[in-house]
Ligand binder design. Structure first.
Ligand SMILES: C[S@@+](CC[C@H](N)C(=O)[O-])C[C@H]1O[C@@H](n2cnc3c(N)ncnc32)[C@H](O)[C@@H]1O
Length: 307
């Protein structure tokens, strides 16, 4: 569909998310409305022009004036003449409750430790106030392991991404109260941070500890560790730099091993025939992990280096 010389997207939406009743209402009222696209959990604001066809419980809807409040996901999507493309998010933002300490931490320590997301290259040395080996952490949760590792490795800079605000507040609080100078936090999708803010061959290491396992098979598409992402990640790691993954979900550990082993830019450091590594000493045992281990649950570490 052409709109003002640009191609407007056509979305495929499963019935049940947008009810026929709502669609009919919108068609008759010709109003703009917002909806959720199940595949990428993004909110779109769009004007529905027509309902083109129907097939197996799905309908095609033509929209005009489509905009989204979210930032584009690929660098190309920032160009106005590029067809609208989205990728599946590895998280779902939930309205978590912020404790008063976490809220205060944003005000008190945010200016020092938060790096705002921007779709442009980050001046890393300026952000940390020094040049040092750079480790990217993706999805630090409440930041317990992150803070401990930063204490253990004072000579490294840790750029840590998390989308969950209470977790960001919790780590900010620790950074401020424990004077952890070698952490900077980006409260944003790490995939976009990597793609837009970091250059190729810029990372000395990457930590991804216990990424969401997305247990149900229909949600596997949300898992972070997938070939295309790992290839982009590998390009961002310097030769000799490392990728460290850990998970307590065996099927995900197997997927990780398969995907990362297939990446030609990466080489396994493990000597065990299973391919899994000994837990490196710098990664602390979290409370959650300790509890699991006592119950006999496994944890799998993968440590690969860039060739
Ligand atoms: C299961 S938690 C693990 C947290 C922590 N690493 C730990 O070991 O306790 C996974 C975290 O990754 C975050 N996350 C998932 N996808 C992300 C992304 N693309 N960018 C930033 N954070 C992400 C989630 O918000 C969640 O807090």
């Amino acid at each position: 569909m052409k709109q003002g010389g640009k191609t407007c997207p056509v979305l495929l939406i499963k019935l049940g998310l947008v009810t026929l009743e709502k669609i009919n209402h919108v068609l008759h009222q010709s109003e703009s409305f917002s909806l959720r696209n199940e595949l990428c959990e993004s909110r779109f604001h769009a004007k529905l022009v027509s309902m083109r066809s129907r097939d197996n419980g799905c309908i095609f809807l033509d929209f005009s004036d489509m905009t989204t409040a979210d930032t584009p996901t690929t660098p190309d999507a920032t160009k106005s003449d590029t067809p609208f493309m989205r990728v599946i998010k590895t998280y779902v933002l939930r309205a978590g409750r912020m404790g008063p300490g976490q809220t205060r931490a944003f005000e008190q320590f945010g200016p020092k430790f938060l790096v705002p997301y921007a779709p442009e290259r980050l001046d890393v040395a300026a952000a940390f106030g020094r040049s040092a080996p750079l480790i990217l952490e993706i999805g630090f949760g409440m930041g317990d392991a992150t803070a401990k590792i930063a204490h253990t490795r004072p000579d490294d800079n840790f750029l840590c991404c998390e989308v969950h605000a209470p977790g960001v507040g919790a780590l900010l609080k620790r950074c401020g109260e424990e004077s952890i100078g070698n952490i900077r936090i980006v409260q944003h999708d790490a995939v976009e941070v990597m793609d837009h803010m970091l250059g190729e061959n810029s990372l000395d290491g990457v930590h991804i500890f216990f990424p969401d396992p997305w247990h149900k098979s229909r949600h596997h598409k949300r898992r972070l560790i997938q070939s295309a992402f790992v290839n982009r990640l590998a390009k961002h790691i310097k030769p000799g730099g490392y990728l460290h993954l850990a998970t307590d979900w065996e099927p995900y550990a197997e997927q990780m091993m398969q995907v990362v082993s297939a990446e030609s830019l990466l080489k396994n450091t493990a000597t065990d025939p299973s391919g899994f590594a000994e837990k490196p000493a710098y990664r602390p045992l979290t409370k959650f992990e300790n509890r699991g281990l006592k119950l006999g649950h496994g944890v799998w570490d993968l440590v690969f280096t860039k060739v």
